[in-house]
Design a protein around this ligand. Structure first.
Ligand code: FES
Length: 141
């Protein structure tokens, strides 16, 4: 089932939007990470928190240079979402936790369609009103 999220222009890099297709009652978060779109289920695998309304941020990474003075850097800015309940961090691109774990949140394919392409595919597409011309973000659930 395809679901129209909205116009690309409405989701600039660094932003996200939670949508509620019929098949996913808890919602799906759609993220624009530096011009690439990704979608994650809005249910944290830890205790079910609304993961996709969490802060979009980066994470810290430590480095131990030869002089043994540890350096901590802020990395991957805009690629991590932090669950608002207990702050577990997830890679938006893969749905995997940042820390060593087998935990993963479900991800969904996202495509960018023109209004004309979408019109051709209209049968079977769950839509929301979109009245402006331009590229459209479409979620596959
Ligand atoms: S419910 Fe998300 S970190 Fe606990």
């Amino acid at each position: 089932m395809r679901y129209v999220v909205g116009l690309v222009a409405e989701l600039p890099p660094g932003s996200s939007k939670v949508v509620f297709p019929d098949k996913v009652k808890s919602g799906v978060g759609v993220f624009n990470v530096n011009g690439e779109f990704f979608a994650l289920k809005n249910t944290c695998p830890h205790m079910g928190g609304p993961l996709c309304v969490g802060k979009i941020r980066g994470t810290s990474a430590a480095e131990m240079p030869a002089d043994c003075q540890p350096e901590v850097h802020w990395v991957r800015h805009g690629e991590i979402v932090s669950c608002p309940w207990h702050h577990w961090e997830f890679d938006i691109k893969t749905g995997r936790t940042i820390f060593e774990s087998r935990q993963k949140v479900r991800s969904y394919p996202v495509s960018i369609e023109t209004a004309e392409e979408l019109e051709r595919l209209k049968a079977g597409v769950e839509t929301v009103p979109v009245s402006v011309d331009g590229a459209i973000v479409v979620l596959e659930v």
